[in-house]
Design a protein around this ligand. Structure first.
Ligand code: AMP
Ligand code: MG
Length: 531
């Protein structure tokens, strides 16, 4: 690992917390605090994302070395690494929460790679920092498995995300009240090594803005532009209002791309607080997230949000705009006028809608979105999918098999084709079948206009409609085995989720709809923030 080169631009360019004791405190005029990861008692590497490791410059021998396990569990630092925790704030469930920060995530440094540029390595669950507030700085195995598997699943689905390099046990146990119901129990601790070119969040800019610290705010914005948005700078490398507005505009653009991807694959983040919104538009902080089984715009897996459902599946675009509005407020001092920011924010809704329509057209195998009639087709489909419990993932895969010469008069033909995606066959009553047939008629007519052959259409559809997603119950099964010391299911899922769009011989079980037993099971359809 001696050939790895670190260039820690964040800590070299931005002000550090002057105090170095590791006690919880308010950290002002500083972007981060130096901290040392907690020494773990019995580190054990469960798995590594081999291709990512290779891209980062780790050889197979490196990965197998004891030193790699020690570094991935916070017991050792490689030459050039310097460990630190970021200071940030955020709005949680709509309320300003003040300083939050990396309460259990510790950055190890910025690795300079030949294929991925600068990549920061970060250990999640590596012990207390000045931002831990009343918590212990640890992460439990179940939430670490969920983060590890889902980050990589998202990557292979083509959704922007922080990556996960390794998953390890630390040997410690901590007490957690998993469902906040008074039933606390000891759980094994784990560490995920996350990787991203930036771990800055909307809240990183909100905190100095909330304190009136324009100096730090400007330093952070300029650093972010220089390192992650360098194309926005002209040759003279000067900053101006124009550059800041372009930066904000690109953040909006990346955020709308991200949410459209989430809607495409059926991902519900669950905690879209502004401290969980990546400035570079990646999915970040996998907590009580969930995957849509039956298409339900009102669903949220997060039990802490069960009443308000602020972060429900169908509300993710509105919330992202609300979050961007908070970011706009934070950077306002650098712009000095509200109007250009407001224009970008109102364009956001329009751009989102356009991207969503393009995405829906692609999901349905249309060559391109063609305006109001198509929008009506999408909206009526959503109504049908909501009317009876329909598995979203399976529905689009099965729809790709629809023959061009489908006999609409015969209900049994299309019904036989689609039946595996329905949760309750008995709900498919006559009126529903009539409505569905009417929709199919319009859809087939629309396909006919495009004139693609069924096989071409199916091929295109199967490239954007995944077959294998990390269904909640599937992750839960891997967790339950891992908690008994059997990690085989994690390794198996790691492999399956690398090819989410391709049918995999022998893995049909992983593409099935949610079994009945998982419908109301904790961990499968209901999760808390406890992690
Ligand atoms: P989250 O809801 O996971 O995004 O976390 C919100 C805030 O709480 C962040 O500042 C986290 O770093 C912090 N946090 C969450 N869990 C822990 C923990 N076990 N120990 C310390 N800080 C934590
Ligand atoms: Mg967070």
């Amino acid at each position: 690992m001696n050939n790895l080169s670190f260039d820690n631009r964040f800590i070299n360019n931005l002000p550090a917390d002057a105090q170095t004791e590791n006690d919880c405190r308010s950290v002002e005029n500083a972007a981060y605090s130096f901290v040392t990861p907690f020494k773990t008692i019995a580190p054990h590497l469960i798995t590594v994302t081999q291709p990512l490791a290779a891209q980062l410059g780790f050889s197979n021998d490196d990965i197998e070395s004891l030193q790699f396990t020690q570094v991935m569990t916070g017991n050792d630092l490689l030459p050039g690494m310097q460990s630190y925790a970021l200071c940030y704030g955020g709005h949680q469930f709509g309320q300003w929460a003040g300083q939050l920060g990396d309460g259990r995530a510790i950055n190890l440094g910025e690795l300079v790679t030949s294929t991925l540029g600068y990549q920061t390595l970060q250990l999640k669950g590596a012990g207390k920092t000045p931002y831990s507030r009343h918590a212990d700085g640890m992460a439990v195995l179940r939430s670490s498995i969920r983060e590890f598997l889902c980050s990589e699943a998202m990557f292979h689905l083509g959704v922007p995300t922080t990556r996960a390099l390794s998953l390890s046990l630390t040997g410690e146990q901590v007490l957690r009240d998993k469902m906040y119901d008074g039933n606390a129990a000891y759980e094994p601790c784990a560490i995920v090594c996350r990787v991203s070119s930036s771990f800055l969040r909307f809240g990183s800019f909100q905190l100095p803005a909330s304190r009136g610290d324009e100096t730090l705010l400007t330093q952070l914005v300029q650093h972010c532009i220089k390192t992650d948005f360098p194309h926005l700078l002209s040759e003279d490398r000067e900053f101006s209002t124009h550059v800041y507005l372009n930066w904000f505009s690109e953040i909006c653009d990346r955020t709308s791309d991200l949410i459209v991807h989430w809607m495409r694959v059926g991902f519900v983040h669950g905690v879209m607080n502004t401290d969980n919104m990546s400035i570079i538009g990646e999915t970040i902080d996998y907590g009580p997230y969930g995957w849509i089984d039956n298409f339900d715009l009102n669903w949220t897996p997060n039990s802490s949000d069960a009443q308000e459902k602020r972060y429900r599946f169908g509300n993710q675009s509105q919330i992202s705009q609300w979050n961007l509005f908070q970011l706009a407020n934070a950077i306002f001092p650098l712009i000095g006028e509200a109007e250009p920011l407001q224009t970008i924010l109102s364009d956001y809704a329009v751009n989102y809608q356009q991207k969503w329509c393009d995405m829906m057209a692609a999901k349905l195998g249309l060559k391109a979105y063609q305006g109001a009639a198509d929008l009506h087709l999408f909206q009526s489909l959503e109504k049908l999918l909501l009317a009876v419990e329909t598995d979203m993932t399976l529905f689009y895969r099965l729809l790709a098999n629809l023959p061009d010469d489908l006999d609409l008069q015969s209900h049994s033909q299309w019904f036989a084709l689609l039946s595996p995606c329905y949760y309750q066959q008995s709900a498919l009553d006559d009126p529903y079948r009539q409505d569905f047939r009417a929709w199919l008629k319009r859809y087939l007519a629309r396909l006919n206009e495009d004139g693609l052959t069924q096989s071409k259409r199916a091929k295109a559809m199967n490239q954007i409609n995944p077959l294998y997603v990390l269904r909640n119950y599937i992750a839960q099964q891997a967790i339950e085995l891992a908690e008994q010391g059997d990690f085989s299911e994690i390794l198996k899922l790691q492999r399956i989720l690398q090819n989410p769009y391709q049918e995999q011989e022998g893995n049909q079980n992983y593409a099935r709809k949610r079994p009945d037993w998982a419908h109301q099971k904790v961990g499968c359809s209901i999760l808390s923030c406890s992690s």
